[in-house]
Every structure is written in structure tokens, then in C-alpha cells.
Design a binder for this molecule. Structure first.
Ligand SMILES: Cc1ncc(COP(=O)(O)O)c(C=O)c1O
Length: 389
């Protein structure tokens, strides 16, 4: 077994340096917990950046993937495959009304790339409107929809035809849409942008306006999907029915997978206009089916709703002059503080709680949805402790 120093030295020497790494070597995970190489246990509110909704080493996923590894590991979409057929059917059942067909891929950025390509192909128009503080991934199309300067500045020229308007501002959308607009993309809750929640009136107004104008409504549910907000998709919280929905992260229970879902009217789709070698691969398909079954069998959606309410209410009871606001839906929670978040994340980790930043001054909590009430009490106690001044 290598020491902490040896592992750190090798990662620093052989990786590109794009990731700011924390001084913690993770050894194993189970449910909502992670352990480091010294045996220290953490309550994991990073949750693989929101990809661990069903928990680390989920037993449904583990047994589905083990079985799949011994049955079939490669089967591209030029062939038919039973589990893929079942997954597509399940996705049609759990996604909002109107979403009926899916393009399977491997990540959130790829799901959004597919969304933009389909939006252009279906409408024959080329402009995509996105939002200030929106995050949609880092490949060129997805990055062009992503707002934050630090992700974009070294990579110009980006894809032409993308623009950004203020979030939660319907008038800005009305002004921005023109005869070349193919689609508007939004997160129901901006994750990376600081756990900023879309107003119900705004989101419904957006949907109504886009329908009137014949502009496609794309909802990016990469972070909010698969139970995270106490609903299968955050769109369900407001009865939204997007024309296109994108998902990834927790869909595969730890296995890389993503999907773009779209309505049934795909007359303009051309054969071979899009594709992916690993899209719809048997391992990702088996793990995604296991995730959906686990969520259903264990009533995870309702439990998340309740636990989320409890977590948010408990955090709101903390009295600290540093806290500006506690906000969230389900187990997608942010604490906006009056100063930089990162030093507090380090203090929390020392106390056995792993959490994320969102923007400069928001502490973000995306625990596995299998977290227990006692663990939430533990996290709240530690947040209280580190935010005491
Ligand atoms: C809302 C949203 N969209 C897209 C992405 C990109 O997903 P991926 O990192 O899988 O490409 C993310 C990742 O954080 C996200 O939060």
C-alpha cells in the first residue's frame, strides 16, 4: 500500500493539474460514507459531485454490474439489446410527460451536446440561449452554454450562436428570442451557479412563452435528476414539460452514463447524424436499470423529500452571523455565506464532513439520498461548529 505522500506525488506528477485536489486519499465507500487511507470516516456530502444518489457501492448496482461483466460487456447501438430496450422504456416512464425517446451517451456534457445538435437539426435554426451562472459542461458546445468566465476564457473561439440572459427574468428571455432561436436551456436549480432556485412563476412563464414562439425548451437535469430534489426530475416539482431533457451523474449509480430525452416528433432526424461508441453500452444500461429499480423499491423519492426538508430546517436553525441564506430542494442544499466557502470546506473535512463549493461563497451539500437522519444531525452539528465565530 502506498503512503499518502507517494500517492499525492504520483497524482501531481502524472495528472494535468486541472483539478485542485484536497489532501485526502479516499480508500472506500459505502452508502453515504467514505473512508480515507487512515481509516477516518466521512459523511459524504460531495456525493461524487451528485453522481452517488443511490449511495457508494449500492448493492443493486454492484450485483447488476457484476452479472453484466460476465454476460455481455460491448454491444453498440447497431444491434438490438434487451436491457437497453427495457431501460429506454423505463426512462420514458420516469421522465416528464412528452419525453418519449432517448439518445444514450456517457456524461452530462455529451447529453447537452446531443440536445443542442437535435435542437438545431429539428428546428433548422441555430441560436441557443442559456442563462447567467448556468453550468452545462465543458465540451465545446456545452461550454458555449456555460456562463462562468473561468471555465471559458482559455478556449475561444467557442461555438457560435450561444448567448446568455439573466436567470429568473422572463422579460430578458422575451427580448432575447428572435426568428433564429432554436432553443433555450436552463437548470431548474442552478447547481454550480450557487444552488439558485428557479421561481415557479418564471419557469412556467418560460414554458408558456417558448411554446407560443415555437422555441424548444431544454431542461438540464444532469445534477437535479434521479431523485436529487425529492422528485424523479426537478421539472416535476413545477409540472414542467420540457421539449428536451438531459441527464447523467446519478443515472448510472457510479458508472458513467448520460441521456438526452426528447418528444416523439423526430421527423427531421437524419440517420447517422449523431452517435457514440459507448452510448447504450450494456454495463451502463444494466447499472441504470438497477438505479431506477433501487429508487422505486426503496421509496427514495419520498424519503428524499422528507430528509431534505429536515436537513434544510435544521440548517436554518443555526445562528451564525456568517450565514446569508440556506436554500435548496430535496437533498440539493446550499448555504450562502458572507465570505469565501473553501476555508470552511477544509474545516468541515477535518470534522468528518465532505462538502462542495458552488460559486465563491456557497457551501453545497449533495449527499447520497440513502443518508440517514443521524448523519444529517452530525453534519448540521459540524456546520454549526465551523460557522461559529
Ligand atoms: C447542470 C449540469 N449540467 C452538465 C454538467 C456536466 O456533466 P459532466 O461533468 O458529466 O459532463 C454538470 C456537471 O456538474 C451539471 O451540474
Amino acid at each position: 500500500m502506498m503512503s499518502f505522500e507517494e500517492i499525492k506525488e504520483k497524482e501531481e506528477r502524472y495528472s494535468t493539474g486541472v483539478y485542485p485536489k484536497r489532501d485526502i486519499v479516499i480508500k472506500k465507500g459505502k452508502g453515504a460514507y467514505l473512508w480515507d487511507i487512515n481509516g477516518k470516516k466521512y459523511v459524504d456530502c460531495v456525493g461524487g459531485h451528485g453522481s452517488a444518489n443511490v449511495g457508494h457501492c449500492n448493492p443493486y448496482v454492484a450485483s447488476a454490474v457484476k452479472e453484466q461483466l460476465e454476460t455481455l460487456t460491448s454491444c453498440t447501438e447497431i444491434f438490438l439489446y434487451e436491457k437497453r430496450a427495457l431501460l429506454l422504456e423505463e426512462l420514458a416512464k420516469i421522465t416528464p410527460t412528452g419525453i418519449e425517446k432517448f439518445f444514450l451517451c456517457n456524461s452530462g456534457a455529451e447529453a447537452n451536446e446531443a440536445a443542442f445538435k437535435f435542437a438545431r437539426m429539428l428546428t433548422g435554426k441555430n441560436e441557443i440561449i442559456a442563462t447567467v451562472k448556468g453550468f452545462h459542461g465543458r465540451t465545446f458546445g456545452a461550454l458555449s452554454a456555460t456562463w462562468e468566465k473561468k471555465y471559458r476564457e482559455y478556449f475561444y473561439p467557442l461555438v457560435p450562436g450561444f448567448s446568455h440572459i439573466p436567470y429568473n427574468n422572463l422579460d430578458a428571455l422575451k427580448e432575447a428570442v428572435n426568428e433564429n432561436t432554436a432553443a433555450f436551456i436552463i437548470e431548474v436549480i442552478q447547481g454550480e451557479g450557487g444552488i439558485r432556485i428557479g421561481d415557479e412563476d418564471y419557469l412556467r412563464g418560460v414554458q408558456k412563452f417558448l411554446k407560443e414562439k415555437g422555441v424548444l425548451f431544454i431542461i438540464d437535469e444532469v445534477q437535479t435528476g434521479f431523485g436529487r430534489t425529492g422528485a424523479w426530475f426537478a421539472s416535476d416539482l413545477y409540472g414542467l414539460e420540457p421539449d428536451i431533457i438531459t441527464m447523467a451523474k446519478s443515472m448510472g449509480g457510479g458508472i458513467p452514463v448520460g441521456a438526452m430525452g426528447i418528444g416523439a416528433n423526430l421527423e427531421n432526424v437524419k440517420k447517422l447524424s449523431h452517435g457514440s461508441t459507448f452510448g447504450g453500452n450494456p454495463i451502463a444500461v444494466a447499472s441504470s436499470l438497477a438505479v431506477i429499480k433501487f429508487i422505486k423499491d426503496n421509496d427514495i423519492i419520498n424519503k428524499t423529500k422528507e430528509l431534505g426538508r429536515y436537513f434544510i430546517e435544521s440548517l436554518k436553525e443555526i445562528s451564525s452571523p456568517l450565514i446569508r441564506e440556506v436554500r435548496g430542494k430535496g437533498l440539493m442544499i446550499g448555504i450562502e455565506i458572507k465570505t469565501k466557502a473553501t476555508p470552511f470546506l477544509k474545516k468541515l473535512a477535518d470534522q468528518g464532513v465532505l462538502a462542495l463549493p458552488a460559486g465563491r461563497n456557497v457551501l453545497r451539500f449533495l449527499p447520497p439520498l440513502v443518508i440517514e437522519k443521524d448523519d444529517i444531525d452530525f453534519v448540521v452539528e459540524k456546520v454549526n461548529k465551523v460557522l461559529k465565530v
